[in-house]
Design a protein around this ligand. Structure first.
Ligand SMILES: [Zn+2]
Ligand SMILES: [Zn+2]
Length: 139
């Protein structure tokens, strides 16, 4: 199955093959700053299944867990297109809001609940982690 998505101004387009290895809400402070919202929601895919066209700008910083995280975004409209980190180089995370049909995805976990804002309701049916669980996808 191929899914597609784009940025707000449509100058960046992507497709991704197959199903995500995990779909998560992240309430960490970096995702709050980046998204401007209470949390970011992303689906993790194998990087080899992801194809993108258009210009991307990249911003790198060091996360809470001292991973180097890269966020790639459209330089014209600022939409985040993917993020990745140097400890899991086979995978990228794509924000659900950029998919043409983001309704197909089912979030399974919420991480960094310790940083959750009071007004940002969390689905209690999910697996909730205070920080980031010690979890790695199978390569
Ligand atoms: Zn754009
Ligand atoms: Zn985060």
């Amino acid at each position: 199955m191929t899914r597609s998505g784009s940025c707000l101004c449509d100058s960046v387009q992507y497709t991704v093959e197959g199903d995500p290895v995990i779909v998560a809400h992240c309430h960490c402070v970096d995702c709050q700053k980046q998204s401007g919202a209470g949390h970011a929601t992303g689906a993790m895919f194998k990087v080899e299944n992801f194809k993108v066209s258009g210009n991307l700008s990249k911003y790198k910083n060091t996360s809470n867990n001292s991973n180097e995280v890269t966020r790639a975004f459209c330089p014209s409209c600022g939409s985040l297109i993917y993020s990745c980190n140097d400890k899991m180089t086979d995978f990228i995370t794509v924000p659900l809001g950029t998919f043409e049909d983001g309704n197909q995805f089912v979030p399974e976990v919420a991480i960094f609940s310790r940083n959750k804002k009071k007004w940002d309701d969390m689905d209690e049916a999910l697996h909730i982690f205070n920080t980031q669980p010690d979890w790695k996808p199978q390569s």
